[in-house]
Design a protein around this ligand. Structure first.
Ligand code: ATP
Ligand code: MG
Length: 494
């Protein structure tokens, strides 16, 4: 173990770190900023959270910080020796320096108080084992016992201890390795890759909530495919997401480049990550073709076909959402988007009727924009000419949708003179005549003869009302006469 100490600059949140350091000096306690905060400082990434390791009782120190720096929102987890609070919009977390020992069958460690070095040793990856001194005698100096700085430079993810032990102690770290690779665009060291594969069965002791959380973190980064490819390569995906592994080797009909449904899915998710932050939409991208392996059929002259995969996928997505313990809205959202995800593409290329477009808009409801994003991301052919043609057609469809929506908006428009007022002005009761007058006003506005405002519409009503009323009265007279003849006729007949 080398205790390399190196100064880094600049430190954001310098004022707050100095203030906390002064409190630590007065209390004669050594305190370090650690983990993600130090890593992200070196990578020049913004952070709103700082984790600290405290040489003595972490929660007690947090209380002192709260008093002296006027913090708020203090939460104490006495049994874990941690406490968090907020000072100047920054979330601060204080942990008592500790060592962890694990029993084979459990994820719950036996925790003992220790010093900073043992605390860093229990951390997952070397890039997360850096500690930044904040006491007066070591302010701004980095403690780097496991070569984290070197690994940062090499953009490598490596464990501080024997990886088999690190992963076996807390198998969630297997997923965290893939997550950090996605998050930071780093490579996972080959020895670590082998160990992830060897220890993968241990993931069975990890709760589904923690697994789901890491999968969504992978999805939240700019290139989720990086993380999922690592999980595929290490066969970890077989355990945490077997439905995705079923997509491997399922050929797509793309004569330009050979690409299976798994590779296609990876592209779709990366495409979505470029255009949307919505975790639900990215998740749907991941599972939108999940039904394909079950319905694939080879048709001579056409190649592989997947008729009805959106319906099978819709059903499977329900099972997946339940297994991942996702909230009900995720399930409903996924089902709807998967069910409809072929529709826009099917509309492309034909002369699209207004009513086909209207049906799609109505069926998708408020999810229409997300559906269109999914479909755009779904265009991943290896042939640039095809992509261009599809995208052009897609633009055409989007414009047609706008047109139809605009027309419908105009159709949904109503006369600025309302029914009650028409009845009052014309001295008539409710009935078809009110509707007739109203649509005459609307028609005149749509024709551009009358301005779409109350007073103009009112004046127009005054000019037409007498004619319309007298015409209707005449008609009613004739009708009633004819009605009485008919009645007489009937009575004769009886
Ligand atoms: P992020 O940017 O996602 O917050 P982070 O590195 O801060 O990244 P956290 O999950 O917030 O990650 O954890 C804070 C620190 O705690 C990590 O940097 C790491 O040192 C340590 N840590 C968290 N979870 C584990 C774990 N399962 N095993 C070992 N160390 C862990
Ligand atoms: Mg963090």
């Amino acid at each position: 173990m080398t205790n390399r100490v190196k100064k880094i600059c600049p430190i954001s949140h310098e004022k707050i770190l100095k203030q906390i350091g002064q409190i630590a000096d007065r209390e004669k306690i050594s305190v370090y900023a650690v983990g993600g905060y130090v890593r992200d400082q070196i990578l020049k990434k913004e952070t709103k959270e700082i984790d600290f390791v405290v040489g003595e009782n972490g929660p007690l120190f947090a209380k002192k910080v709260k008093q002296q720096l006027h913090g708020h929102g203090l939460v104490v987890y006495e049994q874990f020796g941690t406490a968090s609070l907020i000072v100047d919009d920054v979330k601060l977390e204080f942990v008592t320096a500790r060592e962890e020992r694990y029993e084979k069958e459990s994820r719950k460690p036996i925790i003992e108080k220790s010093d900073i070095l043992s605390d860093l040793e229990r951390r997952d990856f070397t890039i997360n084992t850096l500690a930044l001194g904040i006491n007066k005698d070591n302010f701004g100096k980095i403690l780097d016992p496991f070569g984290g700085l070197k690994d940062m430079k090499a953009k490598t993810i490596r464990t501080p201890l024997d990886p088999d032990r690190t992963f076996s102690d807390d198998p969630l770290r297997i997923l965290r390795a893939a997550r950090f690779a996605s998050q930071l665009s780093f490579r996972v060291n080959p020895q670590i890759i082998r160990s992830m594969e060897n220890q993968r069965e241990r993931l069975k002791i990890v709760s589904q909530e923690r697994i789901t959380d890491e999968l969504f973190r992978i999805l939240s980064h700019p290139r989720p495919s990086v993380g999922f490819q690592i999980l595929k390569q290490t066969h970890v995906l077989d355990i945490v997401f077997p439905e995705l592994i079923d997509l491997v080797g399922i050929e797509q009909r793309d004569t330009y480049h050979h690409k299976d449904v798994f590779e296609h899915t990876m592209k779709v998710v990366d495409n979505l990550a470029r255009i949307s932050d919505n975790p639900r939409l990215r998740f749907v991208g991941l599972i939108h073709d999940i039904g394909k392996p079950r319905v694939k059929q080879f048709v001579e002259g056409t190649g592989w076909t997947f008729h009805g995969h959106e319906l099978v996928g819709e059903r499977l997505s329900k099972k997946i959402c339940n297994r991942l313990k996702l909230p009900k809205e995720y399930r409903k959202y996924s089902q709807k988007l998967i069910h409809l995800h072929m529709r826009p593409i099917q509309l492309i290329g034909e002369e699209v009727t207004d009513s086909a477009i209207r049906r799609l808009i109505v069926q998708a409801g408020e999810k229409i924009d997300d559906l269109m994003k999914l479909c755009r991301a779904d265009i991943t052919s290896g042939n640039p000419k095809w992509v261009k043609r599809y995208l052009n057609n897609f633009e055409y469809l989007i414009n047609r949708m706008k047109e139809v929506e605009e027309k419908d908006r105009i159709r949904a428009f109503q006369s600025p003179v309302r029914g009650e007022e028409i009845m009052e002005v014309c001295g008539i009761g409710p009935g078809p005549l009110v509707g007739k007058l109203k649509s005459m006003i609307e028609e005149a506005i749509l024709e551009g003869q009358v301005k779409n405002e109350h007073d103009a519409a009112y004046r127009y009503l005054m000019t037409i009302k007498d004619d319309v009323l007298s015409h209707c009265n005449e008609k009613a007279d004739t009708d009633s006469k004819m009605g009485s003849h008919a009645q007489q006729g009937n009575s004769h007949g009886v």
